[in-house]
Design a protein around this ligand. Structure first.
Ligand SMILES: [Zn+2]
Length: 197
């Protein structure tokens, strides 16, 4: 008879557990009915992407790729008392450089400080700059697709070693390419890149 109070307590505890379980189940059922959830809102926002002025569906944006591969030797920001408006990617002279995205070449040739440069207008106020290049492979006015070869890496101009100065301007103001790409690896990740020549 000494076990009876204990058994009663166990039954009471079981009842309490059942009650907790039931109320938890009711709670999640209510949450499932609470629509639209965040995912539904994201889906409807995508469905409302405005169409181009021509009436055709808007094209998906051109992909952005690493302009070359190598080591990021200097980041965006203040450096030696002045603003470094891009990232430096170090590699051997002659390493291929490619268009970061589709666009139109607006500069290709000598440039103060950069020795030789290429600049590409990608539309919507976005311009990329490729500085200190050894040789350019494009001309002004040329249309390029994402990843088209545009130049080779060099050591021209005010440069302390072979590297690419890669800069992204948005509406005339330089932005951090790492933030633009989302992660530093994306700036140098060129799977299956051609070997240095
Ligand atoms: Zn630089």
């Amino acid at each position: 008879m000494a076990t009876l109070p204990g058994r009663k307590a166990n039954i009471a505890a079981l009842g309490l557990l059942l009650a907790v379980g039931l109320s938890a189940g009711a709670g999640s059922a209510a949450a499932a009915d609470d629509r639209p959830g965040p995912q539904d809102r994201a889906t409807s926002a995508r469905a409302q992407v405005p169409r181009a002025e021509s009436g055709e569906p808007a094209k998906s944006p051109a992909p952005w790729v690493a302009p070359t591969w190598g080591e990021i030797s200097s980041g965006f920001g203040m450096r030696w008392g002045s603003m470094h408006e891009g990232v430096d990617i170090a590699n051997e002279v002659g390493t291929p450089i490619r268009a970061a995205s589709a666009g139109t070449v607006i500069d290709s040739g000598p440039a103060s400080g950069y020795g030789l440069w290429v600049r590409i207008d990608h539309g919507r106020g976005r311009v990329t700059t490729y500085g200190h290049v050894d040789a350019t492979r494009v001309h002004v006015g040329q249309k390029v697709e994402s990843a088209d070869p545009i130049a080779t890496l060099g050591n021209r101009g005010q440069s302390t070693g072979p590297h690419l100065h890669f800069q992204i301007d948005v509406s005339g103001k330089a932005v951090d390419p790492v933030a633009f790409y989302g992660e530093p690896e994306a700036l140098t990740d060129w799977p299956g890149h051609p070997s240095n020549s």
